[in-house]
Design a binder for this molecule. Sequence first.
Ligand SMILES: Nc1nc2c(ncn2[C@@H]2O[C@H](COP(=O)(O)OP(=O)(O)OP(=O)(O)O)[C@@H](O)[C@H]2O)c(=O)[nH]1
Ligand SMILES: [Mg+2]
Length: 307
Amino acid sequence: MNILKKRNPAKLRESLEKTRVSLLGQLGDLFKHSELDSEFWEDLQDTLISADIGIETSEKIAIRLKENAKAKNISSGKECLRELRSELLQIFDLSDKDPLASAQKPAVFVMVGVNGAGKTTSIAKLTHLLTSLNQRVILGAADTFRAAAVDQIQIWGERLGVTVIAQDPGSDPGAVAFDTIHAAKSRNMDVAIIDTAGRLQGKSNLMEELKKISKIIIRESDESSVKIILVIDGTTGQNGLIQAVEFTRFVNPDGIFLSKLDGTAKGGIAIAIADQLKIPIWFVGTGEQPDDIAVFDPDLFISGIID
Ligand SMILES: Nc1nc2c(ncn2[C@@H]2O[C@H](COP(=O)(O)OP(=O)(O)OP(=O)(O)O)[C@@H](O)[C@H]2O)c(=O)[nH]1
Ligand SMILES: [Mg+2]
């Protein structure tokens, strides 16, 4: 059983407020159109693009809706809105697994992403969520690159009452990851969460290093229990998507943590991520505190932006 399913639905809805207001106003006007004429289809596509769904995905949705409307003899905006919902649901229908599924303990989360995406804060949130579900959690400070990174995660560890495995800044991140897995095993932990240094796509040496760290982690664990979680800053819109594509050249993310969904009207990026990357979104960040996390759910998300 997936104990994470639909955790904090209200937070997910709340975080979509700005996206909903901006998208809904436009969709509302659009679907009032009495006629589904060429102007309607153009406006629909533009509306989707302006919600950060991206040109390619927006085009695809508009084309499919148009085909469906024709095939099903749909002529009213209202019916078309229903079709939009099922079209979006289909985009999120990806082969997904339980993030915590693991043949043997511990499940290992490796957090990766560009500088400042929200990796370390998201670790605090996951820790908070998992410990509240009676999971035993240990953290690994494998961001040994940025001077204050080890302190930052240690402070979270203290606040949340979990152990942080760390070495001095500048030490080998692969060694910290190795230590964390072994500490997790010997202490019978349910979940080990490993922080990594932020890296920009252009820095291929850092990207190669990430590949190395993830190889060590997979070698030291049961492969099925290791989940690479790509953290994408939701406020960066289409740019976040470009970064994500770059990461997939070096590691294979299993799931996405979409951070900073609060305060952005760019929530439509979730749709572009699912459509273009085919990687499931697992969690969203809804603020800066440890309890500002929601488990992503396609139904709730779609209702959150169009209802
Ligand atoms: N509003 C909001 N702020 C967030 C969220 N997640 C992270 N932040 C903020 O984003 C900033 C960067 O977060 P970090 O967790 O340090 O990001 P990081 O990816 O670990 O950064 P580096 O380690 O430097 O690469 C901090 O000020 C966080 O408080 C979120 O969901 N909502
Ligand atoms: Mg960090």
